[in-house]
Ligand binder design. Structure first.
Ligand SMILES: NC(=O)c1ccc[n+]([C@@H]2O[C@H](COP(=O)([O-])OP(=O)(O)OC[C@H]3O[C@@H](n4cnc5c(N)ncnc54)[C@H](O)[C@@H]3O)[C@@H](O)[C@H]2O)c1
Ligand SMILES: [Zn+2]
Length: 365
């Protein structure tokens, strides 16, 4: 097992990455200093796979536990209705300010559970046991928690860092292939925004990653965790602009998701990010800061991950452009794009006219 520390002063925490470490969660929690009752949140699918070993490890470490496994297995879990049910179950279980939450699952369970922990009795600690590749490389790190409103995704939330993160690579064995593949878009993102040699590693090992080679996946989760932790340490609340680089490809992706029929979507987030990164690369070329050679490398790697690189014909480019205007990350009237300069380095640009953006979109359809 390897550990990475997210250094955030009094909110610092350990992220454990390794194979077969889920069964050690209890002792890791004990080591992290958490006391009190554990309220374990998951859904039935993940619960069937991993709840038993989790509970026995918590009990072995001396924790009293209550489990809540009835979260729906879709975005509706991140709703006010489901949140209310979780609060009620926490009260019934006798949770108080000295209790803590343990989330086991992907980003959906993590976001909802983290927000429940952030708000229950004005905030209690939580532990995130991440069981999807997306959660392990992205959502489990950084303390963004929240729920959706009918008006849109993640519109209510809180920054609430977990007290501990457990990323057991073995859990990825049971993950549906499509979940693995779409998370690879975010993995490639880290290579483009931060680390040229990691990008090269992906070029050499993408086939193995797609076959769920656990050694390759371990390396991937470790490097992405490190990068995300370093970014979040420098800009925890997304104020300086650094954390914004994690949104590489996401402004375009947001437009694609909206155009594909709202966020209750027919095009998954990972697919939209893959296409969004190609669009950002195209924009970089038009701004004269990104070479064609690097853009072709980016496109090639995205293709090798089995992800699309062009906007589907059935989507209207006008609608994509319109959808982008509703980006939550927008400041004032101007969209800010994360644009690549080379593989491993991006910059923020707010000087792209809608006409330029439109022609970028047209060129990749
Ligand atoms: N907080 C953040 O910083 C952040 C960042 C990115 C995304 N997110 C959020 O994350 C969510 C998406 O997360 P996700 O991609 O992990 O999806 P998810 O949580 O829906 O998980 C995908 C599917 O895999 C199942 N599953 C989970 N672990 C499994 C395992 N080990 N084996 C078999 N099946 C398993 C889940 O039940 C689900 O059906 C979105 O709501 C998004 O907004 C949050
Ligand atoms: Zn994303």
């Amino acid at each position: 097992m390897k550990t990475i520390t997210a250094r955030l002063k009094q909110r610092s925490y350990t992220i454990c990455v390794g194979k077969g470490i889920l069964a050690k969660t209890g002792s890791a929690i004990k080591q992290s200093g958490l006391k009190g009752k554990a309220f374990v949140i998951t859904n039935r699918k993940v619960g069937k796979l991993y709840l038993k070993p989790m509970l026995s490890s918590l009990k072995k470490a001396g924790y009293q536990t209550t489990s809540y496994v009835t979260l729906p297995d879709n975005e509706s879990a991140k709703s006010q209705v489901q949140l209310g049910k979780v609060y009620a179950a926490m009260l019934t279980a006798g949770c108080d300010r000295s209790s803590f939450v343990v989330a086991i699952g992907g980003g959906i369970v993590g976001d909802l559970s983290g927000y429940a922990a952030a708000t229950f009795m004005r905030g209690i600690p939580w532990v995130n046991v991440a069981t999807t590749l997306l959660a392990q490389v992205d959502s489990a790190i950084g303390g963004k928690t929240g729920i959706n409103l009918k008006e849109g995704k993640n519109l209510v939330g809180a920054f609430h860092q977990p007290g501990l993160v457990i990323s057991d690579i073995d859990t990825l064995k049971s993950l549906p292939r499509v979940e693995l593949k779409t998370a690879l878009a975010e993995v490639i993102k880290y290579g483009v925004i931060w680390d040229h040699s990691f990008f090269e590693y992906l070029e050499k090992n993408m086939t193995k990653a797609l076959k769920s080679d656990l050694n390759v996946l371990t390396k991937i989760v470790l490097r992405c965790t490190e990068i995300k932790a370093r970014v979040v340490e420098k800009d925890e609340r997304e104020l300086s602009g650094l954390r914004a680089i994690l949104n590489y490809g996401h402004t375009f992706a947001h437009g694609i998701e909206v155009a594909s029929g709202s966020w209750r979507k027919s095009i998954s987030h990972g697919i939209a990010v893959a296409i969004g990164m190609v669009a950002a690369g195209e924009l970089g070329q038009r701004l004269g800061i990104f070479s064609q050679k690097d853009q072709l490398r980016q496109i090639e790697l995205i293709k090798r991950a089995g992800l699309p690189t062009r906007i589907p014909e059935k989507l209207s480019v006008d609608k994509v452009l319109k959808g982008m205007q509703h980006d939550k990350k927008k400041k004032g009237n101007q969209l800010t794009f994360v644009v690549p300069q080379r593989i491993g380095k991006v910059v923020l640009r707010s000087d792209c006219s809608p006409a330029k953006t439109y022609s970028v979109l047209k060129s990749i359809q």
